[in-house]
Design a binder for this molecule. Structure first.
Ligand code: ADE
Length: 247
C-alpha cells in the first residue's frame, strides 16, 4: 500500500506546493507516495458555507466549527492511522516522530486557520497535536508541508542514497542527538581556504574520528540541549572542553 498524506485545509491551492518539486515531487510522480487534499469548506452547510464562528467567551479572531471539521475528518481520516492537528501548542516534531510516521501506512493532517479549532472535535477524534517550532505561523499548511517533506524522504525508494539519511543530523547513525559534521568538495583549495588535510589522505578510520569530533564540537557549541542529551545517552557527564574523539 502506498504511503498517503491526507490533508484537510481551507487553502488547498497551497498543495502540493514545494512538495511538487525536487525529491518529494519526483517521488510523487513515481507513485512512491500519495497526496489527497480536501477543502474543509466542502463540508460546510448553509447558503454561506460558514466554516468558522466567533469564540464563546469573547476575544479576537474566529474559531473553526466542530461540526464542519467533524464531517471533514469522518470523510478523510482512516481507522488505525494517526490523525494530526498542526498547532504551536502541540508536541514538538522530532526526527523520532518523523520516523514513526514514515513506518506507518499514512496519516491525516488537519490544518487550522483563524484562532484555532473548537476543542471538542479535537477531543472526539483524539487528534495528536504537533508543532514544528516555537513560533506562530498564519496556519497549519506550512507546518503540514514541512512534516510531509520530512516523512516522504524516509520512505523506501525516495532517497537514492539511503545511507545519507542515517548519517545526517538527528539520523539514527548519530544516536539521533548530534548535529552534522562539515562537508567539503572540490576544489581542495578555494579562495585561500584549504580542505582539512585528514579528508584528503584516504585514512577512513581517521576520517571517521575527525567527523565524529567535529559533530560533537558543533553540537556542544550550538545546541547545549542536544549535547546534554548526547552525553546522557552515551553515559558520560557533559564536557565543556575537548570532544570525546579528541580525548
Ligand atoms: N500553526 C501555526 N503555527 C504552527 C507551528 N509552529 N507548528 C505547527 N502548526 C502551526
Amino acid at each position: 500500500m502506498t504511503w498517503t498524506a491526507r490533508v484537510l485545509t481551507l487553502f488547498p491551492a497551497m498543495f502540493p506546493g514545494p512538495l511538487g518539486a525536487s525529491l518529494a515531487g519526483r517521488a510523487l510522480e513515481q507513485g512512491l507516495w500519495h497526496l489527497a487534499v480536501r477543502d474543509i469548506r466542502d463540508f460546510a452547510e448553509g447558503r454561506h458555507r460558514q466554516v468558522d464562528d466567533t469564540p464563546f467567551g469573547g476575544g479576537a479572531g474566529m474559531v473553526m466549527r466542530p461540526d464542519v471539521v467533524d464531517r471533514a475528518l469522518q470523510a478523510v481520516a482512516v481507522e488505525g492511522e494517526p490523525a494530526l492537528y498542526l498547532t504551536p501548542r502541540g508536541r514538538p516534531l522530532t526526527q523520532g516522530l518523523v520516523r514513526e510516521l514514515a513506518a506507518g501506512s499514512g496519516l491525516s493532517l488537519l490544518c487550522g486557520r483563524y484562532e484555532g479549532v473548537d476543542e471538542r472535535v479535537l477531543e472526539k477524534h483524539r487528534l495528536v497535536e504537533v508543532s514544528i517550532g516555537d513560533y506562530v505561523l498564519s496556519g497549519g499548511e506550512l507546518a503540514a508541508l514541512v512534516l510531509i517533506d520530512a516523512v516522504v524522504r524516509l520512505l523506501p525508494g525516495v532517497m537514492g542514497n539511503q545511507a545519507s539519511s542515517e548519517e545526517e543530523s538527528f539520523g539514527p547513525g548519530f544516536d539521533g542527538l548530534l548535529l552534522e559534521h562539515p562537508h567539503y568538495t572540490r576544489p581542495a583549495l578555494w579562495e585561500g581556504r584549504a580542505v582539512p588535510e585528514v579528508l584528503l589522505q584516504g585514512n577512513h578510520a581517521a576520517i571517521r574520528r575527525w567527523r565524529q569530533a567535529e559533530a560533537e564540537r558543533i553540537t556542544r557549541e550550538r545546541r547545549p540541549d542536544l549535547w546534554t542529551g548526547f552525553c546522557e545517552k552515551t553515559r558520560s557527564t557533559p564536557r565543556t572542553g575537548k570532544s570525546r574523539a579528541q580525548d
